[in-house]
Design a protein around this ligand. Sequence first.
Ligand code: HEM
Length: 451
Amino acid sequence: MKGSNELRTPALLQTLQLITQPTQFLENCAAKYGDTFTVRVMGLKSPPVVFFSHPQAISDCFAVPAQKLDFQKATHVFKPLFGENSIVLKETRSHHRQRQLLLPAFHGDRIKCYGQSICQITERVTQDWKLGTAVSIHNLMSDITLEIILEVVFGVSPGVRYQQLKTQLSSLLEDVTKPWYSSLFFFSILQQDFGAWSPWGSFLRRRQQIDKLIYAEIHERRWQNDAERTDILSLLMSARDENGQQMTDQELRDQLVSLLLLGYETTAGVLAWVFHLIHSHPEVKNQVMQELNALDNPTNPEAITQLPYLTAVCQETLRIYPIALICTPRMVKDMVEIMGNKFTSGTILVPCIYLAHRRAETYPEANQFRPERFLNQKFSPHEYLPFGGGYRGCIGAVFSMYEMKLVLATILSQFQLTLADNLPVHPVRRGITIVPRGGVQMIVTQAKIKR
Ligand code: HEM
């Protein structure tokens, strides 16, 4: 494995740095070793983990046929939560089948019918804001995006089941992002059910309660058989694969839980970053407001989501703080070649989104927040990849971009907000995402702006 620059510090230290200061660690490695370097991560029985950020290397990684790679070495930790049928845990043909069934539901044209709901939910969650209200933007965004995903993906509207699902999912996800709780998923030895008071026993019971609600919804839908519904669950229930097969109830449950959990905290984290970045760059905020104020119909979702500067602001936020630092790690089964270097069986390949987005060759003054770079230039999918890419790329990419712009526009056109302080905000790990430390505290300085 030539040219993969192995770090010389002890594996334990590398692992600790990767967990506790991930962005700093990656930046230090890139500064010292360049575009490709090899880390040893404890707990993975220390196979070499090779990080790539050169666009050609990322392109080569995405082009490796699925049969030559094993994705489960990294994704198996999600199994207790997502279930064995989840798209995230599938490989080769069955992965392809799940994608075929899921992708039409996330197609650009379909997503348009969710525009009004996204704006209405945002208005509902912010309706009590008054002058002087203090808001934790990250918490608020999680609330909004969870409600959106429940209504849009799941098709449940406010009511008892909706409230129960909301409470139980958010409390489980909150715990899963805590290091002590998440270690349960990494170390199978801790997965022992010693009753409701034991950590694993409590997890199993919480999961069972969530599953009960989900299966109740699936059964009700099967019975209702309403062809008018446009939510993603309904589309998945009527979807057929190339052999004409429908999804089973368990497959539906596993995909729904995966979509719910992957789809809301990610978008909420990016929105928290956008609010922080816009409000700490007044010139950007002015330009966003000018664009919104110039709209003929300020509540038309289609017009909002096509605004070029608003789009560039979201793209630049995802460049500078890509909520997922890396693509799904993949273990080499059969020798592969990346940028002329051969990698043998057992090596883990990691296309590194964070470092690809910070390359000075691609992004001059890469540490500066400059949305206009997306107005002036088009970047290739191997230079700009906040949603990963290739056959494992994020299926919610179009949906979350659409959602982000509508949530932002709805709030910015009705409220004026100010950051509670001007202290710098640092990225901090939250489960598999990187979010602003402190949650972005803001104050409402003007409410219900009339235009
Ligand atoms: C800003 C929001 C989001 C970001 C930054 C994001 C990012 C990512 C990334 C980096 C991956 C791994 C891609 C790879 O390995 O190449 C991924 C996978 C995935 N994402 Fe997202 N995601 C977001 C929102 C969503 C939403 C809204 C959904 C669905 C409702 C979703 C569903 C998925 C699924 C199902 C996968 C696994 C795809 C597969 O294995 O084939 N994501 N996402």
